[in-house]
Design a protein around this ligand. Structure first.
Ligand SMILES: [Zn+2]
Length: 428
């Protein structure tokens, strides 16, 4: 079974990507361009859905990557405070420098852990608050009894340019892992030093002098380059975000257009929601806001979330079952349903995320909007499609242009979504 996508629908999806790139351009989180992009999606969804709404929210968009700049300054200061200890001889000063050094490195680790590995808004209040929005289109259930919700989601914002990726390609990964390793080693040394000072072994104040110098020397290239990881202010807003993630936004609208013509494939007790979130690139803030604002309803109506992001190639679809950065496992049921829909549509797809290499590299690859739902206890799955040989040439860079979406990709993603809905027939 392979659902026929008309030439008109197919062209519509690619043209929508092109239109938003041409008319609006890069759409960093909370920018006027992000709002403009959201309005276009809203207008297009309004032509096919029963109801469309724009849900505004506020967040601190610069905090999510802003922590990097903070800790690459704090960690060297922590090391320098240890080195300054060598100038002191009195117990009180030795203890003060040891405590400052230890607290600073510990604080850096906690900031990184909370902001990046848990996507929590730990230091967000230090950054400016700005408005953003989620666009939500609905095909209402015809029968209210035993009502269910299926959400198909994407994100409208585009990333800030990742300078290091542009220059080093995947070579930036060892640099980032190296910086984290140095912080961990320094935390251990700093803890031992503080313990020695507190229990009175002040003669051992120089024990880690040379290792600290070496950590500073080896760490400098990591910290200096990570300081420039993303440009500051508006300068980073140069990523057109065609693959990431207008590709999925246009599949969402394409899905709406198809469902308007073929409403009969929607089970009567099922509401379909088509959502484009804001601020995914700022730590999934739009998806987190939506999940918490609607949590009771989503849980009550046995909601399933089918999230899409980064659709590049028609024949290498990935159904992400595990996101290593936030240690989030997606619903086995949803993952298997997406795989089954792909198989029935004759589209090549495989499970991804839980293998050894994927878990290691994926530690630093970040999360998807699906994680905001899985973490809240809503069943979710995540569809991606990547050619790893080409992805580093445009991912989060100014080269993420419409031509990077290969012919047939959006049609295949749409087929998977439609078959996913069609398979709900068993539950009608
Ligand atoms: Zn994305």
């Amino acid at each position: 079974m392979s659902i026929e996508i008309s030439k008109e629908d197919s062209e519509y999806m690619y043209n929508l990507v092109k239109r938003i790139v041409d008319e609006v351009g890069p759409r960093m989180p909370c920018s006027p361009q992000e709002a403009e992009g959201a309005n276009i999606i809203k207008e297009e969804l309004a032509k096919c859905c029963d109801e469309v709404s724009l849900e505004s929210f506020k967040c601190h968009p610069k905090a999510f990557l802003g922590w990097i700049k903070m800790i690459v300054i704090i960690v060297p200061i922590s090391m320098i405070s240890y080195l300054l200890m060598q100038l002191a001889s009195e117990m009180i000063w030795l203890t003060v420098f040891s405590i400052i050094s230890f607290v600073l490195v510990l604080l850096s680790l906690v900031i990184m852990w909370e902001e990046f590995f848990n996507y929590r808004e730990f230091i967000d209040r230090l950054f400016r608050k700005k408005p953003s929005q989620n666009v939500v289109g609905k095909f209402k259930a015809q029968q209210k009894e035993g009502e269910k919700i299926i959400i198909f989601s994407s994100h409208i914002d585009s990333a800030l340019q990742f300078n290091l990726l542009k220059v080093l390609k995947w070579g930036f990964l060892p640099l980032a892992f190296g910086a984290i390793l140095i912080i961990l080693i320094w935390l251990i040394l700093s803890t031992i030093n503080l313990t020695l000072m507190i229990i009175g072994f002040i003669d051992l104040k120089s024990t880690f002098f040379l290792p600290t110098i070496w950590l500073l020397i080896i760490g400098s290239p990591c910290y200096v380059s990570l300081f420039f990881f993303v440009p500051s202010g508006e300068k980073g807003n140069i990523v057109p975000g065609a693959v990431d993630n207008l590709s999925s936004c246009s599949v969402i609208v394409g899905l709406g257009r198809y469902l308007k013509q073929h409403r009969d494939i929607i089970p009567e007790n099922t509401e379909i929601r088509l959502i484009s979130f804001g601020c995914e690139e700022s730590g999934l803030r739009g998806a987190f806001r939506y999940a918490s604002a609607h949590l009771d309803e989503l849980k009550k109506k046995n909601t399933v979330v089918f999230n899409m992001d980064g659709l590049e190639t028609p024949d290498q679809f990935l159904v992400i079952e595990y996101e290593p950065t936030t240690r989030t496992k997606h619903s086995e049921e949803v993952v298997n349903k997406i795989l089954r829909a792909a198989e029935m549509s004759n589209v090549n797809a495989k499970k991804f995320g839980a293998g050894k290499l994927e878990k290691t590299v994926g530690r630093l690859s970040g999360g998807s909007d699906a994680a905001a739902f899985s973490k809240a206890g809503i069943k979710a799955g995540f569809l991606n499609s990547a050619d790893w040989k080409t992805r580093s040439s445009y991912y989060h860079q100014s080269t993420d242009t419409p031509d990077k979406i290969r012919k047939g990709t959006l049609e295949n993603a749409l087929r998977i979504c439609l078959t996913f809905i069609f398979n709900e027939i068993d539950n009608r």
